[in-house]
Design a binder for this molecule. Structure first.
Ligand code: 5GP
Length: 175
């Protein structure tokens, strides 16, 4: 697949993605059984993951979205900008942040402080994809679907220069 100036090859099929999401949902359903949860999806990238995950969540829950950005092209700028803040009351509530991908973990630490600021009962992170080799944060995500190497990917919500988000599969960059 060609997006702008870069070539990508198929990396994860739709079925592999959906199976891993099902496993994440089951773990969350088990861990929060009998509890109420507020899910906080991170736009833009996590919109597909959030939609598919929520279909398998059996808890009493709310979902809200925030919007942050740190990437330009194929690498992180090192600065996280908050574009849309949290509009849901999360005081004394269990919060699960939904990320498309955890790379350096910089976005995650910004999100943690955004959420923690509002005095929740607990905060955890569920991400579809996790790049452990790139991770520099303190707390790795508790829930992740698939561990991937430190390569740039697109599809299933993830973009290259805002394109490619609409793909059902995930593609890896050909270098
Ligand atoms: P971090 O702050 O953990 O370095 O990066 C997290 C954000 O960077 C993700 O939410 C995502 O928007 C973007 N990102 C990180 N790795 C990739 C990647 O391989 N492909 C795409 N399209 N975005 C990525």
């Amino acid at each position: 697949m060609q997006i702008q100036d870069k070539k990508f090859e198929l990396y994860l099929s739709e079925q592999e993605i959906l199976n891993s999401i099902e496993e994440v949902a089951e773990r969350i359903n088990t861990d929060y059984k009998g509890e109420e949860v507020v899910f906080v999806g991170v736009l833009n990238g996590a919109f597909m993951f959030a939609a598919d995950l929520m279909k398998s969540i059996k808890l009493t829950c709310e979902i809200s979205f925030v919007k942050v950005t740190s990437y330009k092209g194929t690498s992180s700028t090192g600065k996280v900008h908050e574009l849309i803040g949290l509009s849901t009351d999360i005081k004394d509530k269990h919060v699960v942040i939904l990320e498309d991908i955890v790379d350096t973990g910089l976005t995650l630490s910004k999100l943690y402080s955004m959420v923690d600021h509002n005095a929740p009962k607990s905060v955890e992170v569920a991400t579809l994809l996790y790049k452990p080799e790139a991770f520099k944060g303190k707390y790795p995500p508790k829930y992740y679907g698939i561990k991937i190497p430190n390569k740039f990917i697109v599809g299933y919500g993830l973009d290259y220069l805002e394109f490619g988000r609409n793909s059902r599969e995930i593609y890896k960059i050909i270098e």
